[in-house]
Structures are given as structure tokens and as C-alpha cells.
Design a protein around this ligand. Sequence first.
Ligand code: GRG
Length: 342
Amino acid sequence: MDLLSGELEVEKHVKYILSIEKKKDSFESVAMEHLRMNGAYWGLTTLDLLGKIETVDQDEVISWVMQCQHESGGFAGNVGHDPHILYTLSAVQVLALFDKLDVLDVDKLSDCILWLNFMEKNAATFSPCLLDRKLDICGLQNEDGSFSGDIWGEVDTRFSYIAICCLSLLHRLDKINTEKAVEYIVSCQNLDGGFGCTPGGESHAGQIFCCVSALAITGSLYHIDKDLLGWWLCERQLKSGGLNGRPEKLPDVCYSWWVLTSLILIDRVHWIDKVKLARFILDCQDKENGGISDRPDDAVDVFHTYFGVAGLSLLEYPGLKAIDPAHALPVDVINKIFFDRK
Ligand code: GRG
């Protein structure tokens, strides 16, 4: 990897990320208005991995994050929007980056992940069938161990991961039935070794990240056939060095994250060509204006910039902070949360 050192345009990527905030009328900003909390997590984590988080006004970010908190305890993608578990994890991760988890009422927030609070407080707004749901399932965790993302009930292994990761960061994993949560995730494992959104769903690298990371956080990786899954994952590497998310698809920088994290967690990362992957990611940089795209010569965005830099961090690219593959936060942030040390 030393061979490629010096090729990452650190200063330009920092400038690109800081500029997004200033271009409020741009297509990217308008299209991302409803998921700005995710954008904040991607941009700020990138800055931290690059060692430049101090370039943002921390008080301003925290004040905006807290304005996105719904009275139920959950967070929305932006001020005035509805809360969802997707944005709640991003909000927790952003606060963790600034070592500010103490601004949260942790019990209120974790109850919200269980959804009790929200349903009780807003009983008048819901139809009887939704209220029955609450009585039956006691929160966002369903009887079969799966999780819904919000009150409307969509089930997806993404939400299992998010609930588990979020509660782990808040030291509140004991609030859910982890045994059943693991049982559900294992039921989404396919004969090819991969995982899908729900039982029988097609294996996809994004869902595999969610399932493998959730199993890692709950100490349940022994449920995985590591050679079988490792084989499926390393077959994602194409001639260009880039990774795709499932067979016959194009490579995309974001899979550097979804696939690499899973390979690392099951101890099979040596099965891919790491230098070729780093080459692919570096070739997706806009060397003039900063930012990283999905494939070489495409338009850059903050999502791919984050997953490109995070992928390089997983590859131990020189000069980048290390990132924890399961919690998706820099290792020093995770050490502070779990061991109270930097
Ligand atoms: C904290 C890192 C982190 C994640 C939070 C939201 C989430 C948990 C995980 C999402 C996992 C996932 C499903 C990722 C895949 C995203 C993606 C690029 C989907 C595109 O799918 P297709 O089918 O693209 O449009 P392909 O590449 O298959 O053609």
C-alpha cells in the first residue's frame, strides 16, 4: 500500500466536504434535504478519518442535530421531518464523533428504539391496527426478532443492524431480545453464504454488512460459514480492482465498505487484492475539485467520498485514522465509548 501513498487528495476532499454545506441550493443539497442527517454522518466521519474534524463548528452541528430530535426521542433526517431509525443511528454517530453522547437522554432514546414511548404519547394519532401492533410486539422489535424502521412497519435486516449498533453505542443492548434478533438475522442467511433483507431475499453485499456486523456486535459470528461467505464476498472483486454488490453488477466504490468490513469481520480480507482495490478507489477521485465518485470519471458525492475514504482506512492506507468495521466509527471514538480511552 505504501506504493500508493500520497495519492489521496486529502486537502481537496476536505474542501469538497466543507463546500457542500455552503451550496444549499445545489442539486445535491436539495436532493439530500430529507436525509441530511445521513449526509452529516458521512461528511463528518470522512473529515475525522482525514484528521480534520476540527475544521467544523462543533456547537453548530450539535445544536442542529438536537433540533432534529422528535419528542418521541428518535431523530429525523432534518428539522421538521419524521423520525426514523436510519437517522437515529446517524445522529448518535455524529454525537459520538464529538464525544457528546452525554447530551442525550439515553433511556428515552433507547425506549424510542423500542417504540413504546412514541406509541403511548401519540396514541390518538394512530389507527387501532397500529395500536394493536404495539400491544403485540412491544416496540420496533417484532415477535420473530426482526426490526421495523418506524411505525409503518417495514422490516429489513438494515434495521436489525441499526437497532443493535445504536443500542450498543448507548450501552443499552440489554433492552432488546438479542437472542431473537440473532435468530432472525441467521434466518436471512442463504445457501450461498450471504444474507438478504428478509428470509429468502437475494444475497447483497449491503445486507451482508448489516448482518455480519450485527452478529459481530452481539458476539454471534459463530453462526457464519466463514469460508462459504468469504468465497462469495471475494468473488465481488472485478478486473478493475473495484467491488460489486452482487453477481453481474457494476463495481461501485461504496462496496469497498460493505464487502471489506464483512471480509475483515470474518477474517478473510487476504482473499482479495487490496492494492488493486485501493487503486480503483483512488482512480474515482476528482483530482481537481475533491470528492470521490462511484466509478472513475462519474460525478462525486458525499456518500461515495465517505465510503471511498473509509474503504482506504480499512485497507490501512497511510495517514488515515483506523475505522471500526462493525460500528462504522473511528477506532479512537469507539475506544472512548467502550474503554473510556483514546
Ligand atoms: C452506518 C455504514 C452504516 C450503515 C447504516 C443503511 C445501512 C445501515 C445499511 C445499508 C446497507 C445497504 C443495503 C447498502 C447498499 C446500498 C446500495 C448501493 C444499494 C444499491 O443497490 P442496487 O441494487 O445496486 O441499486 P447494484 O449495485 O446491486 O446494482
